[in-house]
Design a protein around this ligand. Structure first.
Ligand SMILES: [Zn+2]
Length: 168
């Protein structure tokens, strides 16, 4: 399992996606990524703001955020399979996926690529914490490579999972 170190991301984070320094009673902090939960959502925290937090404050509770809990349990909401990706485009596509993933995480601390792996049959499998992220990445690949075809399947049970297949 790939684990992520806390990433202290930068000013590109929107104001509404970022902890702005008001800790209320019962505030949750994720011990893995240091996202902070308030206003019904997990938010990014900047390193400089993290330093201001008194971790001995009893009003703070540590709890894994949804994304890290999902990663720990081996769960995912989005799966993207890429078939027949030739050596010629492999590096370009994998780079596109990784950069799409880091931008998504900047916008929302809970939108993450969990892993990118090459399977025994040569296909690539990308797992995401959020189902629309897999769909958006698949569409992005197809928009850059017109010959590639995309299929999108949604399943409701037991979890809302989107399975996206891109075939070259
Ligand atoms: Zn977290």
């Amino acid at each position: 399992m790939q684990t992520e170190r806390p990433q202290f991301v930068n000013k590109n984070i929107g104001r509404n996606e970022r902890f702005m320094g008001k800790l209320k009673k019962g505030t949750l902090i994720c011990p893995v990524c240091f996202s902070i939960f308030f206003d019904k959502q997990w938010h990014h925290i900047l390193k400089k703001d993290l330093k201001k937090i008194d971790f001995k404050n009893k009003d703070i509770k540590f709890q894994k955020c949804l994304a890290d809990e999902m990663i720990e349990k081996g769960l995912f909401e989005g799966e993207l399979i890429i078939n027949n990706l030739s050596k010629k485009y492999e590096a370009e596509i994998l780079h596109l996926i990784a950069s799409f993933g880091s931008k998504a995480k900047l916008r929302d601390s809970q939108d993450r690529i969990i892993k990118i792996e090459k399977q025994k049959d040569g296909s690539h499998r990308i797992l995401t914490t959020e189902n629309q992220l897999a769909v958006r990445i698949g569409k992005k690949i197809v928009s850059a490579h017109k010959k590639a075809k995309i299929e999108i399947h949604h399943s409701k049970e037991p979890y809302e999972v989107s399975r996206v297949v891109v075939s070259f």
